[in-house]
Design a protein. Structure first.
Length: 171
């Protein structure tokens, strides 16, 4: 009989421990939900105000038609930006790896198509000397961009302000 009384006490302690654990979890969940609701209430008015400002900006001037003009102007090609033909070549190591890039040149003044062709050939020649390990990862890509910008500025004698990457694929 002593064994059965000890087992009953252990089961009673286990049940009361389980109830306490469930109660603590429910209280903490309630606190977390309430905190999220308070923070959401603090942030929601800011989002609503920003949406109202954006809606008023779209309605202002020519009944909202001006917003469409801005988008069209943003997607128009600029006169001083010349896209180069896609460049596809194999890398120096491993030689079975290929790279394809599409770039544009941003000229400071009037664009020079002959100079753009020379830069195209120069970029192609440079990419043939690059290994996969040199351009691996974000830091390698940044080094490649910096090297190409420097080569373009030297080749153009300062007439090209920047080289803009449109696509960059390595296979």
């Amino acid at each position: 009989m002593a064994d059965s009384e000890g087992e009953e006490e252990e089961q009673g302690k286990k049940k009361s421990g389980m109830i306490v654990t469930i109660a603590v979890v429910l209280v903490l969940s309630g606190l977390a939900g309430g905190g999220g609701w308070v923070v959401g209430g603090m942030l929601a008015p800011q989002v609503a105000v920003e949406e109202e400002v954006a809606a008023e900006a779209d309605l202002g001037g020519d009944e909202g038609h001006e917003g469409g003009k801005d988008e069209e102007e943003e997607h128009k090609p600029r006169e001083n930006v010349i896209p180069l033909d896609p460049i596809t070549t194999n890398l120096s190591y491993p030689s079975d790896s290929w790279i394809r890039i599409e770039v544009s040149l941003a000229f400071g003044g009037a664009p020079d198509l002959a100079l753009a062709d020379q830069i195209h050939q120069d970029v192609l020649s440079y990419l043939r000397t690059v290994s996969l390990q040199q351009i691996e990862g974000p830091r390698g890509f940044q080094y490649l961009r910096d090297d190409l910008r420097e080569r373009v500025r030297l080749r153009s004698e300062g007439r090209v302000n920047d080289i803009l990457f449109r696509t960059f694929v390595i296979e």
